[in-house]
Write a protein that binds this ligand. Sequence first.
Ligand code: AMP
Length: 421
Amino acid sequence: MPFSKLGLSAPLLQAIAEAGYATPSPIQIQAIPAVLDGHDLLAAAQTGTGKTAGFALPLLHRLSQRSYGANRPIRVLILTPTRELAAQVGESVAQYGAHLHPKLKTEVVFGGVKINPQMMRLRGGADILVATPGRLLDLVNQNAVKLDKVETLVLDEADRMLDMGFIRDIRKIIALLPKKRQNLLFSATFSDEIRKLTTGLLTNPIKIEVAPRNTAAETVKQIAYLCNKASKADLLCHLIKTESWQQVLVFTSTKHGANRLTEKLNKIDIHAAAIHGNKSQGARTTALSGFKAGTIRVLVATDVAARGIDIALLPYVVNYELPRAPADYVHRIGRTGRAGEEGQAISLVSHDEVGALRVIEKLMGGVIQRDQVVGYEASAIAPPMPVEAPRAPRPPRNTIVKNTGAKKNPAKNKINVSASR
Ligand code: AMP
């Protein structure tokens, strides 16, 4: 199905063509007509499925049908969990709306930067506001923004917002909106908490559950290297060097851990930068652009900071520590193998994390292949490390993960424990 069949206006089709999108992704095919018709939406989709265009294009279309001129009340409110995602959604909306006449105004606000410039910008009004919940409430409390004309509310990565403790803020924001409005909710996972939020928020929503974009071509090879906790940093350095990884996203569970690892990598001339909640927005942006440009080889991130980062064709994602919430594993490895490229998700698993690995496997519906690297094996002093025969895991629903199973590991310096059992 071509984009031209979805009912979008010519200026939007022009922007789509300029973005280089040949055909709509599955979520776009379903979401665009539904949103154009004014329906509520409940979409199981994560980053990489094309969800942003799925809601932004039809909302731009609807907004451009009726212009408010100079006196612009906020008509579309998009809430995102992180600054990075807010900035990216803002950029995408501006890109898709570039040829609309009259132009629609989009503003992006998030915490961690000065509030005054945001207040000044909002004085001129905006048709679309992309915001993180906390900062939006600060702006509301300072009378810098009014939400009484909002026609559509978008909750992007709703599961993430709840994980980050934004539920009270979200409920406060919803209470400020007109009762009659369109609601679109996007979430990668559906916990009881999300279900609770959707009840009462959505009216007869159209439910969309899509196999992610490029599923057939998208592959993520998952592997767990069993090792001792104390040798994780050395093992990572070893892998980066011997495997010549040039662009690696590494997840740590703590900000301190991210800083320590970054220092260690830089000491041995592996150029690394950390992004986490204690870093200024400027530092994060610099790190991210350096990583995208290739001047920074390793980006070390905590889950919260990494959320929403859009880096195309990321070849390697490393779980330096397994995430506490198993759903985060799905989010993390969703950063690799995107846009049809093969990616590798490598987890460094110490003895105390084997239980967490099992929980993740349960969620994923399969076993992740275990290996050890010669010289960095998990010591036998600790409790025995259970090893299971690798088999192709079933990809979970609603994720972009497609596991290729136990493909032969090309690196000669590794032993396949399960094979030598
Ligand atoms: P998202 O899931 O919204 O984060 O989008 C993931 C990536 O897919 C972004 O880099 C978009 O620019 C890109 N994208 C969105 N829609 C399409 C499409 N129909 N064809 C190709 N790329 C797309």
